[in-house]
Design a binder for this molecule. Sequence first.
Ligand code: ASP
Length: 322
Amino acid sequence: MKKLLIACAAAFATTGAFAYPEKTVTIVVPFAAGGPTDKVARDFAEAVRKPLGNATIVIDNVAGAGGTLGAAKVAKAAPDGYTLLLTHVSMATSPALYRNLQFKPLDDFEFAGLVNEVPMTLVGRPTLAANSYAELVTWINANKGKINIANAGLGSASHLCGMLFQSVLKADMTPVPYKGTAPAMNDLLGGQVDIMCDQTTNTTGQIEGGKIKAYAVTTTKRLAIPSLSKLPTLDEAGLKGFNVTIWHGVYAPKGTPKAVIDKVNAALKVALKDPGFIKNQESLGAVIVTDARSNPADHKKFVSDEINKWSPIIKANGQYAD
Ligand code: ASP
């Protein structure tokens, strides 16, 4: 045994190899299980498992407060590479929304790379009378003050999209917050909430199955997937310039060794070329990142730009939480 340890130490000294991971890696998803962020994280975990040396990877759903609880948990975790965060645009929207945010996105994390971009869809409960975007607007105008809109908490993608939609339409709706859009989708299916904006990674199956009403997509281009290509963009439907695309990235607590971040980033890049991962994601409307934002430095610059982009928009809409 002693001989083996000496041999291993010698190998490390000569090759400089860094043994990571040596135990289970936890990826924190700051939204409920079964929702769109969770779906991206589980597919991603499967795709990076092999390039990380057949690592055991578990998903820990730490849901609540628009993704900020899970992010705060990772910001405070040991910086050893065994706790990672996979989250979305909430990293860029929460600084403007929360007065007492428990982490600083640009200071408290190491950036491991951007994974994908995902459009959103505007969807409604199956019993909603409107069958097109034009009919939806008529219905909204006829029901002012009575409509509720689901979201995954302040700073979530659904909140951001819903906030902009209400603002440009000048229609106030009652927000109904959930710990993620998986439980929100259940209530939409059951008719307890009226409408919701959600990523295509959560809505595509329900739209294809005819289980919910679909009215529009939030990107400026129509979607390529056949089942969603007939949906108008909100821009072409009359909300000029409306453009919401959600992105997902991977983060580690500040101080995680560079050698670990390099390994996670190398595995992330293998995942971004994995045909199975690409097919799964593309079939749900997601677009895999193929540009420099899959690199840690460019990822960080992109998040910084997104903070600068969303903060004035959020402040103009006057929404805050403690
Ligand atoms: N789609 C959610 C959001 O609105 C989050 C989730 O459940 O993945 O941010």
